[in-house]
Write a protein that binds this ligand. Sequence first.
Ligand code: NAD
Ligand code: MG
Length: 329
Amino acid sequence: MTQSTLPKPSIAIVGYGSQGRAHALNLRDSGFDVTVGLRPGGPTEAKAQADGFTVKTPAEAVKDADLVAVLTPDMVQRKVYEEALAPNMKQGACLLFAHGLNVHYGMIAPREDLDVILVAPKGPGALVRREYEIGRGVPCIYAIHQDKSGNAKQLALAYADGLGGARANLIETTFKEETETDLFGEQAVLCGGASSLVQAGFEVLVEAGYQPEIAYYEVLHELKLIVDLFYEGGITRMLEFVSETAQYGDYVSGPRVIDESVKQRMREVLKDIQDGTFTRNWVAEYEAGLPNYRKYKQADLEHQIEQVGRKLREKMVWLDNSRDQKEAA
Ligand code: NAD
Ligand code: MG
């Protein structure tokens, strides 16, 4: 895909957080005309201005844009769309999401004259920016929900190309597949699964009388080594690098811990995602002011593994500990 065959829409980026900043910077460096839309006085306005962007209110920013990227938190997208985007976007413009949640579950029903597309980098914003700066990219998936102009796919490819995604890999998906697999991944394996696995392993060792510091190294710190090997060469690469003893233990004990009952509960998590139960609960929780969210988060932050980790990481001179120090203060 060469740059010259793809369209070059003028772009409004609404939201300047993890994804918004990376998208805005990469697209500008790829030659797109980029305006940023934010609430005046919001927390990221100064950052966008310091990066040299013209910052307008969302309503003003989207007026002249050929393409509007909605990169606010998922739970405020409906309000932003209804109040600022739907009344102000040009006829026939393109509405872009980086996650399909609001469209897939019907919280946003986009205007019929718009193209509606999704471009989701498979990585956090900081990585999307860093990879672009060193001449590489983060793989992106893209999808078309509404193709009014007949040009929606070209717009998705142009945007993904501008992010640097085409240097890595582009895969076509649907809003349904992106939304459901993204939620499942973060719940069952990445955020939920991995952190609960680590906490449980830590608790088992500490409750059995082992030192918390040793437990921390074994079940949290060393996980990075394993995940790096997965990332570079899959499970094959991990098996090449660990000892025969570790491999034998993996084969006999892994399936005892993550057994069919775990897989069955993963299917239940998936079912709640597919039938909309998870999203209904999440919207209700958000609208109630996040009472349970705050409680669960506090419990994670107060877990013993966090106290121990903060102390141990002070001695890891290769880490940037400024955030740990702020949290300890
Ligand atoms: P974020 O929380 O990092 O940033 C949100 C931005 O929106 C901030 O600039 C904030 O000031 C602004 N904002 C908040 N409320 C607003 C409002 N009412 N009006 C205007 N601006 C407002 O968000 P994020 O993590 O970058 O997520 C953005 C989108 O990208 C979401 O759809 C998310 O699912 C998706 N996504 C995120 C990641 C990730 O790694 N963080 C990866 C892929 C896709
Ligand atoms: Mg996600």
